[in-house]
Design a protein around this ligand. Sequence first.
Ligand code: COA
Length: 197
Amino acid sequence: MTCSAAGGKTPTALRTTLKMQKLCTSPLRGEPGLCLMSPPPPECTFIILDKRRWTDSGSEEAQCMIGDVNFFLSDPEDLSLAELEIMIAEPDYRGKGIGKEVTQMMMHYGVAKLGINKFQAKIGLDNEVSISMFKKLHFHQVSVCQVFKEVTLETTVDESLRRRLLRQVGHMTERDYLAARGGRRQAASQAATGAPA
Ligand SMILES: CC(C)(COP(=O)(O)OP(=O)(O)OC[C@H]1O[C@@H](n2cnc3c(N)ncnc32)[C@H](O)[C@@H]1OP(=O)(O)O)[C@@H](O)C(=O)NCCC(=O)NCCS
C-alpha cells in the first residue's frame, strides 16, 4: 500500500472502521489529545480521536475522528515486519506534531505488544511531508519503484530505537476503549436527563 499526499481514506471510510477494542491516551503536550482504538492484527488499525472533543460527552463519536494509523503484517513468512500507514484526515490537524507522535505510539505498540523488529513505509514520491516525517523518525530509503512512483523507507528496531520510543511515548497510558466509551455514554445520558453525575 502506498501513502499518497491526499491520503487514502475519507471520513466516511473512517467511520466504517469504528469497531475497536482498545484505547490509548496521550497528553500530546496537552494539545489536542488523542485516543487510539484498534482491532487485533494482522491488520491493526487505530482510529485517532481528538481527545478534547471526546471528553465532551455531547460530541458524537464520529465527530471526534481525525485520522487513522495502520500496521499491515504483509509478509506471512515474517510477522516481525510491519508496514506502517498513517493519515491525519482532517487538514486542520496537520502540522501540529500529531502525525509524528501517533507514528511513534504505533511503533511502540508494535515493538512492545507484537514483537515487530522492522518497520516499512511505502510513500508516494511526491509526498514530501510524509517522507520528511519518516526520515525524522530515523527511517531510511531502501528502494524506489518508478512504476508505482513510490519510495520504500525502513527502520530496524534496535536498542537505540527502543530507547527513543520509550522516551517519546513511555509516559502514555493504555486504557480499555469499551470501558471508556461506556462511561462517556453514561455521562451523556445523565446530562440529557439532568440526573446528577
Ligand atoms: C504525513 C502526515 C501523516 C504528517 O502528519 P502531521 O501531523 O501533519 O505532521 P507533524 O506535524 O507530526 O510533522 C512531522 C514532520 O512532517 C514534516 N512536515 C509536517 N508538515 C510539513 C509541511 N507543511 N511541510 C514540510 N514538512 C512538513 C516535518 O518533517 C515534520 O517534522 P518537524 O515537526 O520535526 O519539522 C499528515 O500530513 C497526513 O496525514 N498527510 C496526508 C496523508 C499522508 O500523506 N499519509 C502518510 C503516508 S504513510
